[in-house]
Design a protein around this ligand. Structure first.
Ligand code: MTE
Ligand code: MO
Length: 536
């Protein structure tokens, strides 16, 4: 009786048994993947949050992506490109987990071993980062081990309880259901716990950094920023404000996990060629020096014509030239041997800046304040570089921890190795902020307004034209400094119909922005920004 029952159960189960087992095997793969990520999260909290497999693989992808792909990502996803990348990695992981689960159903050892392969990918990615250390492999290795182990167990529960009796064939499908459910539940709950614990640990590790930022009291500047002249901000609806609020300030970097540095332990090392007095200083040492406050507009070389990657802030810090002189550095024009200043951030990213530019009298800074607050973590806390007139990738190193004096012949910085130019002064640019392309203003007087920038040369003229007609001079807002952008407005007598507005700027040297359209690679886009509007 019992036998017959079992037989019937077995074969009835076998009818739906195979698809059901395959689905459960796929689920086992997903659970194993979840365990792997949770274990990795826990271990990366102990090692370094940036060394987690998703972040590590993502950053390795960023490191290796050709400029065209980076451009595509920046253009289509903007600052959201990081989220898209991480989601992409998670989707790939999930698909892989499903496949590996099904594989493990038939080849238990091979399936589990395949999980280890992904661990190796994560480990290699983490260790291969510019700042990667051997310990960075641990999160991926631990995750892969946990995932492989769980998959091995679950696949075991799905296997037929004993070898099929002769002649049973495909009908034989009974397996340890209860065992599967119990193992899967325990693995899921334990992993969720481990993942949460990992998060807790990470935030408690980072609590020191958060507190150090909270407790930081910025010095009163020895040289305050000159008062902003009246009329610098035209306050026209739709026009970018003169100062970009921190939360609106564009962010461009290679970090998937924003480095959170505890300022109390932060040190900057200055060394290299021609440095007769190498130094290592902490934040308080730095803030005790003569401090300067300056308004400087920062721009990204990846900014398309008319794009958003430009912002203006009030920076507080120390003149880089003062520190370099203290370290015994002379610019090339005074016989110094080093012509390149390589700044290195805690995440291994490097920027290469001409020593001559840093020491030519412009307000090149090591900044710790932004718009009256300590730097936000995303913008480089505790200290970053800012150099008026140069694109960010050759000057604005965030989370800086090392300055090495060298030559351009001897060293290519991060983006230079990825086909961007060694030298990248900001090009003269202008942008129409209002009306927007989608706008349909009424006929009559329409203010056409925007910003123009040519840091360290200044803006002397902005002109607007309609439908390729004559250029009309725009009214310039008051100039704050030649290191900041300048607002402008032109009162357009708009008539009904579809019209194309174009803008061009002339910098302080008298050179007019070129209309020739070029790509952002290798040293910044050129061309006139144009907007098509329907007046009705
Ligand atoms: N450590 C680090 N610093 C960095 C970068 C980076 O990827 N890592 N990106 C640079 C680039 S390309 C630009 S345009 C500016 C952007 O600064 P922001 O994000 O504060 O606007 O930071 C620069 N400094
Ligand atoms: Mo940039």
């Amino acid at each position: 009786m019992k036998e017959a029952d079992a037989q019937r159960q077995g074969s009835s189960r076998a009818g739906r048994g195979h698809p059901a087992r395959t689905a459960l095997a796929a689920l086992a793969g997903l659970i194993a993947g979840f365990c792997a990520l949770a274990a990795a999260q826990l271990v990366s909290a102990l090692v370094r949050p940036e060394a987690g497999p998703v972040a590590a693989v993502g950053e390795a992808v960023i490191d290796r992506s050709p400029p065209a792909l980076k451009e595509f990502a920046v253009r289509h996803f903007g600052t959201g490109d990081k989220l898209v990348l991480q989601l992409g990695i998670v989707v790939v992981l999930a698909l892989f987990a499903l496949a590996v689960g099904v594989l493990a159903l038939h080849h238990r050892r091979t399936g589990s071993a395949a999980v280890l392969v992904f661990g190796v990918v994560g480990a290699v990615a983490a260790v291969g980062r510019p700042e990667g250390a051997a310990a960075d492999a641990l999160p991926s290795v631990a995750g892969a081990a946990a995932g492989a182990g769980v998959l091995f167990l679950l696949a075991g529960r799905l296997a037929p309880a004993s070898p099929p009796p002769p002649g049973a064939g495909a009908a034989y499908g009974a397996f340890d259901r209860r065992g599967f459910v119990v193992t899967a539940s325990v693995a899921t709950v334990v992993s969720a716990g481990a993942g949460l614990l990992g998060r807790r640990l990470t935030s408690s590790v980072q609590a020191g950094a958060t507190a150090s930022r909270h407790d930081l009291v910025l010095p009163v500047p020895d040289s305050a920023a000159p008062a902003v002249p009246a009329g610098t901000d035209l306050r026209i609806p739709g026009l970018s404000p003169f100062f970009t609020p921190d939360q609106d300030f564009y962010r461009v970097d290679t970090a998937l996990v924003v480095p959170r540095i505890d300022a109390t332990g932060w040190r900057l090392r200055i060394h290299g060629e021609g440095v007769s007095r190498p130094m290592t200083i902490g934040l308080h040492d730095l803030m005790r020096r003569e401090t300067v406050e300056r308004d400087i507009t920062l721009a990204c070389v990846s900014n398309e014509v008319g794009g958003p990657y430009v912002g203006n802030a009030r920076w507080l810090g120390v003149r880089l030239a003062d520190l370099l002189r203290e370290a015994g550095v002379r610019p090339p024009s005074a016989g110094g041997r080093a012509d390149q200043l390589v700044a290195r951030s805690v995440d291994g990213m490097t920027t290469g800046t001409p020593v001559e530019a840093v020491m030519d009298g412009r307000d090149a800074m090591l900044a710790f304040g932004m718009n009256g607050q300590p730097l936000p973590f995303a913008h480089g806390f505790p200290v970053r570089m800012v150099v008026p007139g140069l694109y960010g990738y050759v000057s604005a190193c965030k989370w800086i921890e090392e300055i090495e004096l060298t030559t351009f012949a001897a060293y290519d910085a991060y983006w230079v190795r990825r086909s961007w130019a060694q030298q990248a002064p900001v090009k003269t640019e202008s942008r129409i902020d209002t009306p927007r392309a989608s706008a349909s203003p009424k006929p009559g007087t329409v203010p056409v307004a925007g910003v123009a920038w040519a840091q360290h040369r200044g803006i002397s003229r902005v002109e607007v034209r309609v439908d390729g007609g004559p250029w009309h001079p725009a009214r310039l807002a008051a100039e704050d400094s030649r290191d900041t952008w300048r607002q402008w407005v032109w009162e357009w007598p708009a008539t009904s119909g579809r019209h194309t507005l174009e803008v061009r700027a002339t910098d302080g040297t008298g050179a007019t922005q070129t209309g020739r359209r070029t790509d952002t690679v290798p040293d910044g886009a050129t061309g006139w920004h144009s907007v098509v509007v329907d007046v009705s």
